[in-house]
Design a protein around this ligand. Structure first.
Ligand code: MN
Length: 251
């Protein structure tokens, strides 16, 4: 008997499934819950593992990444990253991180990020989940105004002016429980157009109570969004799912 496919219940646009102790169980729970999940990775050398983990999954998509904070030690994997790009439509975690004031590191990050964006632009249909800590203006500027792909700014924490530039450039935003716990985070979420909002966990780095947050933990965020948007949790969830499907062109 063919199992009945679950209805789409939510979106986790940024989760490090490979960093959980039992990643296959996290994939199985996301699949059972019907949560569309972008399974990001931090270095090209670990991508094959996540590709394997998500094989045959309807809801969990494997992403190829090179995390900006790892560029110092793993920047040599850029060529591998560019070679692997045709294997998946999803790209992340990539971006810039200026939390340290090291100018050499910023230059290396910009070189790697620029090379990845150039190749993604040539491909034309990539879905990118992008880190921008202390580098919101630089990240938004790196894409220009006509980047041919889907850009999702993950855990955006810049200012309202940079947020507006990202909105004007057509970008999406994935918001997480930690953002709802912060005053600035809530102010940013309130300023995001509803049709650009996605949810994420950034698990296992963000926690849900005593344990690391995983894709199913995006469901309670739908209540928070409903409170903000003056609608029910179910309606907010439908908006988020519909945003994701529209972004990736599967609707
Ligand atoms: Mn992350």
């Amino acid at each position: 008997m063919t199992p009945i496919a679950p209805q789409a219940a939510g979106v986790d646009a940024h989760c490090h499934i490979d960093l959980f102790p039992s990643p296959d169980a996290v994939v199985a729970r996301a699949e059972a819950a019907g949560v569309y999940t972008i399974a990001v990775t931090n270095a090209p050398s670990v991508f094959a593992h996540t590709l394997e983990l998500t094989r045959g999954s309807r809801f969990v998509r494997p992403a190829l990444g090179l995390h900006p904070e790892l560029v110092r030690t793993h920047g040599g994997q850029l060529d591998q990253m560019l070679q692997l790009l045709p294997q998946t439509r999803y790209v992340g975690e990539i971006g810039l991180d200026h939390a340290t004031g090291d100018a050499d590191d910023h230059r290396r990050q910009a070189r790697v990020f620029g090379a990845i964006l150039e190749r993604c632009a040539s491909a034309g249909d990539k879905v990118l989940t992008v880190h921008s800590r202390r580098a919101a203006a630089e990240v938004v500027a790196a894409f220009g105004t006509s980047f041919p792909g889907v850009v999702i700014l993950h855990w955006f924490s810049g200012g309202l002016r940079d947020l507006q530039k990202a909105i004007d450039a057509g970008m999406y935003f994935s918001v997480n429980p930690a953002m709802f716990r912060s005053g600035h985070g809530r102010k940013l979420i309130a300023a995001m157009p509803r049709d650009r909002v996605l949810t994420e966990t950034d698990g296992p780095f963000v926690r849900s109570g005593a344990r690391p947050a995983e894709p199913g933990d995006t469901i309670p965020l739908q209540s928070d969004l409903g409170g903000l948007w003056d609608c029910s949790a179910g309606e907010a969830g439908a908006v988020v799912v519909s945003n994701f499907l529209r972004a990736i062109g599967e609707r």
